[in-house]
Design a protein around this ligand. Structure first.
Ligand SMILES: [Zn+2]
Length: 250
C-alpha cells in the first residue's frame, strides 16, 4: 500500500518578518499557505484547508485580517478549486486533519462538505472556549460548521496501519498537531505551524505571539529528534522549501 502527498498552494500572507520570527526586521515577507492532499488506499485526506472564501474578495472578514496581513488568493487557490486542479472533488475528501484552528489552516473547511475532521481534543476545546478563541485569534465560524469531529487524544493513527499519524506538537496553539506520513522509502513530517520556517527547525526564533513558547520549543525538539532518525521535516510556511517541493511526494 503506497501513500502520496501533494502540496496544494492555497494563497499567501504578507507581513513584516518580525510577525513570524521574534527579533527579525520589519521587512515584508510573503509566506505560502499550503494544504496537503494525502492519497491513501483507504481514503483521501487533506491536512489543513487554506483560507475562507470570503478572503478572496472584499468582505468584513478580509478587512479584519488585513489589519495584520496582506492576503493573496489568486483564482484557483481556494481549496475547493485547488483540489479541482488535481482532479479531486472536494465532496470526496474523507478526512480533514486540522493542524490547528488558525484562519489560514481551518478557514477553507466550508469548501469540504463531507469530511470527518480530526483535531486534537485540546485544540477543539480551545476552539469552543471564548477566552481561548480570543487569545488565539481563532475565527469560530471557520470551523464550527457541523462536520463530524474526531477529537484525538495524543498520537492518532488515521487508518490503523501507521502510514498517516497525527502527532501532538502543542505550543503554537493549545492543541497543535503535526502529521507523520510513511511514504514508500521515507518518512515525512508535515510540521504545520510548530515551525514556520526551516530556520525554526535549526535554532531560529519563534514568533513573538503564540500560546506557550516553552511548550512549542519542546515540540520542535521532538520534531528534530524525528529528523535525526531520518524523517524529512516540512515546515509550515517556508517560501523556499515550499517552492522547491515536487508536485507529488511518493
Ligand atoms: Zn498558526
Amino acid at each position: 500500500m503506497d501513500v502520496t502527498i501533494e502540496p496544494l498552494h492555497c494563497g499567501t500572507l504578507t507581513s513584516g518578518r518580525s510577525m513570524f520570527e521574534a527579533g527579525a526586521t520589519d521587512d515584508p515577507i510573503t509566506i505560502p499557505v499550503p494544504s496537503w492532499l494525502i492519497r491513501h488506499p483507504k481514503g483521501l485526506v487533506l491536512v489543513d484547508c487554506g483560507m475562507h472564501g470570503d478572503l478572496a474578495g472584499p468582505s468584513d472578514y478580509l478587512e479584519l485580517v488585513s489589519m495584520f496581513f496582506g492576503v493573496g488568493i489568486e483564482p484557483g487557490q481556494l481549496i475547493g478549486d485547488a483540489l479541482g486542479r488535481v482532479e479531486v472533488d472536494p465532496a470526496d475528501i474523507d478526512v480533514v486533519v486540522l493542524s490547528h484552528l488558525h484562519f489560514d489552516h481551518a478557514g477553507g473547511l466550508s469548501q469540504i462538505p463531507n469530511a470527518t475532521v480530526v483535531v486534537q481534543a485540546d485544540e477543539w476545546a480551545a476552539g469552543g472556549d471564548d477566552d481561548l478563541v480570543a487569545a488565539n485569534s481563532f475565527v469560530a465560524t471557520d470551523y464550527r460548521l457541523g462536520h463530524a469531529i474526531v477529537e484525538a487524544d495524543g498520537e492518532h493513527d488515521l487508518f490503523g496501519d501507521g502510514l498517516v499519524t497525527c502527532i501532538p506538537t502543542p505550543g503554537h496553539t493549545p492543541g497543535h498537531q503535526s502529521v507523520r506520513v510513511r511514504l514508500a522509502d521515507r518518512e515525512v513530517v508535515l510540521c504545520g505551524d510548530c515551525a514556520y520556517f526551516e530556520e525554526t527547525l535549526n535554532g531560529g526564533a519563534l514568533p513573538p505571539v503564540g500560546h506557550d513558547a516553552e511548550q512549542q520549543a519542546r515540540s520542535i525538539a521532538a520534531l528534530e529528534a524525528m529528523r535525526t532518525a531520518g524523517a524529512l521535516l516540512i515546515p509550515g510556511h517556508d517560501p523556499d522549501t515550499f517552492a522547491a517541493l515536487p508536485s507529488r511526494l511518493a
